[in-house]
Ligand binder design. Structure first.
Ligand code: LLP
Length: 432
């Protein structure tokens, strides 16, 4: 469910017409609904109420300070993957004591930063990393809280680039090796074994892989609690969202259709997992990213040209793969709707950006009503892994970002000035 819908033929975010935002702020423009952010967090949080739990928002999905502040105010923790993300969380007023630090390649400097800030736990991904954390903690005269990421070898049936829970990829330590790894880690004086963590992949649309992975790891977690006194089990992120039909899913009635019943929701997720987790008596951590922010954001773009070749109609827009890379990178589907409802027969179009690559497209052969130069289109469900994966390719400034609350709109990222793109570049001494 989300807060983007047509009112009197105009697409709105909460109570604001999208066209009024683009008149004021230009395009390409990311627009986020604060209410959707809050509701998604609260739905997940309350579905898990029977458990002692902490929702740690995976900020890699969208790390805008205003988004972080929204979740911090709701009591969220955060799942970090870099020292930079930790500094962002602190800049947004988040509590380092509610942060877990994931990732296969933590540097010494990042480990030291996190120890000084007092994070809740490191999620370690290898034995060399456990040794490095131990060494850095010794240098600072502290004990570092650690969990080890277990790879449960469960296939999440998701896109190859975002699956993580099988032995074919770089993440975690194999299930069978975990007891021996904890036994060895327990001898490292500057580590405190605090938990166990897993994450099997992203954009999972069924509950079964989650259930299989929790069933597999729960006995191990119990054993580690008995032997080493761990206090939490993190079940990772990965809850998928509706990309299609994104717009219809704003309507509560749609959620009562047979198609909607197939969709993973906080209720079905909790129904499958709470009974497996509760008997452990451990604190449960979650690391959702996409579920909390994905449907809460759109990317608005202007139609620059409509180009008809013998075979195709190309709708050339002013956003590009540098603003939203998911279609180019993962063949991802994003629904595309006009900011003002258009009448007329829908025809297949390729919606493409101005970047000089054939991969720079948002949709191929997508039925669209007759659009013309100057119309605005919205790419839906762009709140997760949208702006954060942006780049300056083709010397294109990063878009502005707007957060909407009811009838109010706040600029939460200014459009990047073009000269800021090269402001850290220099001529070599001999060129000056
Ligand atoms: N925890 C860990 C250890 C992760 O690696 C990830 C995501 C998450 C949590 C959050 O997963 P989520 O709840 O958002 O599914 N750029 C890709 C997605 C990459 C996901 C990376 N890891 C995309 O646009 O689909």
């Amino acid at each position: 469910m989300h807060e983007f819908r047509y009112v009197a033929g105009r697409l709105h975010c909460e109570r604001i017409p999208i066209e009024s935002l683009v008149r004021r702020h230009g395009t390409p423009l990311y627009v986020y609904s604060e209410r959707t952010l809050r509701e998604h967090f609260q739905r997940l949080d309350s579905a898990l109420a029977p458990l002692d739990h902490l929702v740690c928002y995976a900020l890699k999905a969208n790390s805008n300070l205003a988004v972080l502040r929204t979740f911090a105010d709701l009591g969220a923790g955060f799942d970090l993957v870099s020292g930079g993300e930790l500094q962002r969380v602190m800049a947004a007023g988040g509590d380092p004591g509610r942060c877990v630090f994931a990732g296969v390649g933590k540097s010494e400097a990042e480990i030291a930063l996190a120890l000084r800030a007092g994070i809740y736990c490191f999620n370690a991904e290898s034995e060399p990393e456990l040794h490095r954390i131990n060494r850095v903690a010794a240098g600072l005269g502290v004990r570092a809280p650690v969990a080890v990421r277990v790879n449960p070898n469960v296939d999440a049936h998701t896109h190859a680039k975002i699956t993580t829970g099988t032995y074919e990829n770089k993440f975690g330590i194999a299930f069978e090796e975990i007891p021996a790894v904890y036994a060895r880690a327990a001898k490292l004086k500057h580590l405190q074994l605090r938990g166990i963590q897993m994450h099997i992949g992203s954009q999972l649309t069924e509950v079964k892989p989650f259930r299989l992975a929790v069933e597999r790891v729960a006995p191990l977690a119990r054993d580690l609690a008995n032997r080493h006194g761990i206090e939490f089990f993190s079940i990772g992120g990965g809850i998928g969202i509706v990309y299609q039909p994104a717009l219809a899913s704003a309507d509560p009635k749609w959620w009562r259709t047979p198609a909607a019943r197939q969709i993973l929701t906080p209720a079905t997720y909790a129904a499958a997992l709470v009974s497996l987790l509760q008997p452990l008596g451990l604190r449960v951590l979650l690391e959702p990213g996409r579920f909390l922010v994905g449907n809460a954001g759109i990317l608005v773009t202007r139609v620059e040209y409509v180009k008809r070749t013998g075979r195709k109609t190309f709708v050339i827009v002013d956003a590009a793969m540098n603003d939203l890379i998911r279609p180019a990178f993962y063949d991802a589907y994003h629904e595309i709707v006009p900011a003002r409802k258009l009448t007329g027969k829908a025809r297949p179009c390729d919606v493409v950006g101005p970047v000089c690559e054939s991969g720079d497209y948002f949709a191929k052969d997508r039925p669209l009503p007759p659009v013309k130069e100057g119309d605005y289109l919205a790419l839906l469900s762009a709140g997760a892994y949208g702006s954060v994966m942006g780049s300056n390719y083709n010397t294109r400034p990063l878009p502005a970002e707007i957060l909407v609350r009811g009838a109010k709109a706040g600029v939460v990222r200014e459009r990047q000035p073009v000269d800021a793109i090269w402001s850290h570049e220099r001529l070599a001494a001999w060129q000056r």
